[in-house]
Design a protein around this ligand. Structure first.
Ligand code: PMP
Length: 454
């Protein structure tokens, strides 16, 4: 790791080197913990993604509460990353922390439902609209199992996804669209991949109804698995009317519409589908759904439920390939109940949306005043600062116009000024704990960024 700019360094390289030096000087304890952790963890971290932040060493966390995150060096950050959405309702929200503490002494996992299971099912229906539910521990699991159910009940082999999608560690979805042929390519970054993606997954550009219809037309697509807006390849919102038309196309071709709202839960109470009156056949949410404890849920209609019962009953006894042992454990159910009751509420979202609107307006004013060719795209409580003149329409726009080096610099610059953004792209999320002071601190840091970046 060298912090000395090369002779051919760009102005941004020089600025980045300064920020790296500043981080190292102000984080001696994190640096020491990083060295100690090297002995026991691959890349010095218990999950290698934790090294994917643009800081020169890992930021080790002492504690996090609400939007305040304190690192090992005692520095405090206003957190707009919120665990990449896992902590969308703030860190350790009190009702969830209390429910976990209560349940912790009464059994953690029994592979049997705890007594509050029916009540939790009722709350899931009230909040998200669908009548039937299953639980998993991660959104990746939920998507993997939904995919299996959909193929089982339709008897169709194909999965359809949008270019730039991310639905977790799900082999079938880790694909890219070949821009030359429109075919399916394995995603080059994925390790140990041997799946035959081209045979079983189709990829179409987001917001492209003609391509969607062409992919559905052969009548062999079990499901369209999609986020209502792309959130993992830059924030790409749906064009007006896109989802109504896409939903109708899926119906016409007998393809199940599965919406993965793990990130778009930020849209409003109950998620994007609820707010926009879409009617998916199946619906997935993970990460924040139980307030940050590992949990994901998938819901489905009565009609889909009947087909699932029939498929399971017709199959021989044995492994279904669906489920994991600790799923729906007692601790998770307790946290989920508290989250559904106290966090997924209009009061939470009113505050989150108000803070997000203020932040968006402040960023846009500053961008306009400075005459920068940048924009901000917002989806409810989540927004992204995009270093391109217009909101992207699909993944290819992000590939063509994105500026990863500037994004990485922005992330580290903000971190060094006490504001945490989501790494990879400049995503910001407002929680019920986000205060007007948090928003102002981010805007102040952005003012400093505008003065610094040439
Ligand atoms: N779906 C979406 C839309 C996601 O953004 C993610 C993670 N970023 C996942 C699924 C997978 O979540 P997890 O890593 O918790 O399994």
């Amino acid at each position: 790791m060298s912090d000395t700019p090369l002779q051919s360094a760009t102005p941004l390289d020089t600025l980045l080197a300064q920020e790296r030096t500043r981080f190292i000087a102000s984080h001696p304890r994190s640096m020491a913990l990083a060295r100690a952790a090297e002995a026991h963890y691959l890349f010095g971290v218990p999950l290698h993604w934790m090294r994917d932040w643009p800081s020169p060493a890992t930021l080790f966390v002492q504690q996090a509460q609400g939007t305040a995150l304190q690192c090992a060096d005692g520095l405090r950050y206003r957190d707009f990353c919120l665990g990449d959405t896992g902590a969308m309702f703030g860190h350790s929200p009190a009702p969830v922390a209390e429910a976990i503490a209560r349940q912790a002494a009464r059994g953690l996992t029994c592979m049997l439902p705890s007594t509050q299971a029916p009540e939790v099912g009722q709350l899931l229906q009230e909040r998200f609209g669908l009548p039937l539910w299953q639980l998993t521990l991660t959104a990746s699991d939920a998507n993997r199992f939904v995919l299996r159910w959909a193929r089982a009940i339709t008897g169709r082999p194909q999965l359809l996804v949008f270019d730039g999608c991310y639905h977790g560690a799900v082999d079938d979805t880790l694909v890219d669209r070949d821009p030359a042929t429109g075919g399916t390519l394995p995603r080059a970054s994925v390790l140990g991949q041997v799946h035959n993606h081209a045979s079983f997954t189709r990829v179409v550009p987001f917001n492209d109804l003609a391509a969607l219809e062409a992919a559905l037309a052969p009548g062999d697509v079990a499901l369209l698995l999609a986020e209502p807006a792309l959130t993992n390849f830059g924030l790409v919102p749906p064009a007006p009317g896109f989802w109504e038309a896409a939903q109708a196309l899926c119906r016409r071709h007998g393809t199940l519409l599965v919406l993965d709202e793990t990130h778009t839960l930020s849209s409003g109470v109950g998620g994007y589908a609820r707010a926009h009156e879409l009617q998916p056949d199946m619906w997935v949410a993970g990460k924040a759904v139980a307030g940050g404890l590992p949990c994901a849920v998938y819901g489905f209609t009565e009609a889909v439920g009947q087909r699932m019962r029939a498929a399971k009953t017709a199959a021989p006894e044995g492994h279904s390939g669906i489920g994991t042992t600790l799923s729906a454990n007692a601790l998770t159910l307790a946290a989920l109940e508290a989250a559904l009751r106290h966090l997924h509420t209009p009061a939470s979202y009113d505050h989150m949306l108000r803070m997000a609107e203020t932040l968006e307006a402040g960023l846009m004013q500053r961008i306009a005043r400075a005459g920068r060719p940048w924009t901000v795209t917002r989806l409810g409580a989540r927004m992204e600062l995009q270093f391109m003149p217009q909101t992207p329409r699909h993944a290819q726009d992000v590939r063509d116009f994105g500026q990863p080096a500037l994004e990485a610099f922005t992330h580290l610059f903000m971190l060094n000024r006490g504001v945490l953004l989501t790494p990879f792209h400049s995503m910001m999320l407002c929680s019920p704990a986000t205060s007007a002071e948090d928003v102002q601190a981010l805007l102040d840091a952005f003012d400093a960024l505008l003065e610094t970046v040439p």
